[in-house]
Design a protein around this ligand. Structure first.
Ligand SMILES: CC(C)(COP(=O)(O)OP(=O)(O)OC[C@H]1O[C@@H](n2cnc3c(N)ncnc32)[C@H](O)[C@@H]1OP(=O)(O)O)[C@@H](O)C(=O)NCCC(=O)NCCS
Length: 143
């Protein structure tokens, strides 16, 4: 792996990975978020030694649901299936939240809740269903 594997990037650099990991079996356009192209939206990619994108995440300006004022939402957290559980996702997550350095929220898939919790995120909702994706809990992180 390169010495600085996590870097800011464009959505086009990570869309294929996001699609493959998070929206398998659906059209690639289903992996795009409306906010992907807004100027404040930020994307990060983790590249392996061959410069292939194997990890990604996106942070966009979206208020915490039910709250007024600005907020940041983390979305599209994904690691190549063959490389999960090796610390890549943790590196991506830590790089993103350090750079944003403000409170962030996300809808965490049930299976990924322990991953976020191990990086200091807190559960702030009951389990709820996102159609076609599955059960989630809302989680928050603060610097
Ligand atoms: C969740 C995910 C981004 C974590 O990245 P990672 O590189 O696999 O995780 P790390 O190696 O940094 O951390 C390991 C922890 O991640 C979690 N994890 C590992 N594989 C996972 C998987 N397939 N799905 C969900 N969480 C997983 C576990 O809590 C693990 O801790 P453990 O080793 O003590 O059990 C990655 O596994 C993934 O892309 N999963 C599928 C898509 C997904 O669920 N994305 C999150 C949407 S909210």
């Amino acid at each position: 792996m390169s010495s600085e594997p996590v870097k800011r990037c464009t959505v086009d650099e990570i869309l294929e990975l996001r699609w493959r990991v998070l929206r398998p079996g659906r059209p690639i356009e289903s992996a795009r978020y409306e906010q992907d192209v807004l100027p404040e939206t930020r994307h990060w990619a983790y590249r392996d030694a061959e410069a292939r994108v194997v990890g990604c995440v996106t942070v966009q300006r979206t208020p915490f649901p039910g709250a007024d004022g600005p907020g940041w939402q983390l979305r599209g957290m994904a690691v190549d299936e063959d490389l999960q559980g090796m610390g890549i996702g943790g590196d991506v997550l830590v790089s993103a939240v350090r750079e944003v350095a403000e409170p962030i929220w996300c809808n965490a898939r049930e299976r990924a809740i322990p991953f976020y919790a191990s990086h200091g995120w807190t559960i702030v909702s009951e389990m709820f269903d996102i159609p076609d994706v599955g059960p989630h809990k809302r989680m928050v992180w603060s610097p």
